[in-house]
Write a protein that binds this ligand. Sequence first.
Ligand code: NDP
Length: 282
Amino acid sequence: IKIIFSCIFVAFLAIRWTSNFDAESLRGAKVLVTGSSKGIGEQMAYHYARFGAKIVITARSKDTLQKVVEKCLSLGAQEAFYIAADMSNESDLDRVVDFALKKLGGLDYLVLNHIGSTRVAMWDGDVEHAKWLMKINFFSYIQMAWKALPSLEKNKGSLVIVSSLAGKMPSPLTAPYVSTKSALNGFFGSLRHELAMKKSNVSISVCTLGLIDTETAMSKVKGKVNMPAYPATEAALNIIITGATRQPELFYPWFTYIWTLTKDWIPSFTDYVVQRSYNYNP
Ligand code: NDP
């Protein structure tokens, strides 16, 4: 019964926010998307471009960024710029936000999406890797968000955080990654309360994604997991709509929401299913 009610609730939310979405609201919107040289970030750049937004994209590989910018302009972006930066480098973080503020004349959306590379493997005690990953996947997010906040406040803007089901429901073989996503959920959940208490203009959307068919994800999980992957372009569009309609959360695909509930309602069953979704033969 709980599961049926949850499905109805999710369907209701999905219908409500997609029907509220006004594509015109993104025409001319000033958007910074991180991790946008490939995968979901690249697809977000193309959607924003089709909606006629002004965008800045960033990642480390300059050549790829250049190609993505060219495609964005051909798809209809009012303006498109790129800046190469490494999110493990503290000085790059402010540099990227300053670049976007200057090129676009402010920000309406900051979409934090980048992640550092990590192995899909049993935890091997490599604390240095966990610290490095935390720097890229978590600390860079909170620094960039803080830097962009005054402009977002002025423009009644939105912070969009790309998180993962792994941040709500720990999965095996990715302990450092799971930690960074849990930290994001905690931090931005707390910040959302504070902004609401301050009657801020800024909305925060935290996006919980299941497995998405990006090249990186598919190559990392190959032969290791038994679960379906969902299209990056659709995930990207859902993230954009969630930000544009100022919804606090996205669950994509929709049933990821059910998983976050079953972990509390029927934990032993959820543990059983999670552990059997991975191929591991000691
Ligand atoms: P990809 O690996 O496809 O893309 C990652 C992006 O981040 C690339 O543009 C990459 O470009 C950039 N990047 C990597 N390292 C750095 C760095 N040190 N500094 C700056 N940029 C960097 O990732 P996905 O598209 O698969 O994932 C995007 C988001 O979606 C992530 O937040 C991820 O956690 C989330 N997600 C993805 C899922 C999936 O199954 N794909 C599932 C759940 C959540 P470059 O290498 O050129 O720097």
